[in-house]
Design a protein around this ligand. Sequence first.
Ligand code: TDO
Length: 188
Amino acid sequence: MLFRELVLPGVFLIEPEPHRDARGAFARVFCAESFAKQGLVSQFSQCSVSANTQGGTVRGMHYSAGPDAETKLVRCVSGSIFDVVLDLRPQSATFRQSVAFILTADDHRLLYIPAGFAHGFQTLTDDASVLYLIDRPFVAEAARGVRWNDPAFAINWPRPVSVISERDLNLPLLGDDTKYAMLPARGA
Ligand SMILES: Cc1cn([C@H]2C[C@H](O)[C@@H](COP(=O)(O)OP(=O)(O)O[C@H]3O[C@@H](C)C(=O)[C@@H](O)[C@H]3O)O2)c(=O)[nH]c1=O
């Protein structure tokens, strides 16, 4: 597996180097030994799939607060997505900056997203599914988010939004002087 740290320190694009042959391909999603060697979280407590019917669907920008802050490993397993990671660490030199990558089921690439970052994506195809490994149990009360189109971040979403949850539509905007940790829980 090849690990490339991105301009947001701590965020990695991971290329699993698939073995391809006439049948198709075999590639790792996760390797505890390789992750530990890189100094990354190497134990995950849940694995979930997000299935999305329509191209243009947006989910995000989500994170969990305080001691429940999650580290996530994200891979597209069907179709393709525009995947976004946003730095919400107030002390960070890259606070409020984001990176985005197209992940496809066929390219096998993964994004590693540590605590302190928000995550979201837009599906680029119908029936796009996203696999997550997350390092801790989901705690609904700790779930937070910022608005997908907050001008403070100016994320350049590639498509018009076709589907988005009510909750995500109503996530707060992050004012310049607002500390992300003080934002209310999603759905509160
Ligand atoms: C995220 C999550 C949700 N749920 C439940 C809560 C709710 O009833 C239902 C749908 O939850 P949500 O609307 O929050 O699902 P969704 O909007 O897909 O949330 C996800 O978005 C992406 C961008 C992420 O980065 C993920 O970590 C997660 O926050 O599933 C769990 O039981 N466990 C979980 O880990």
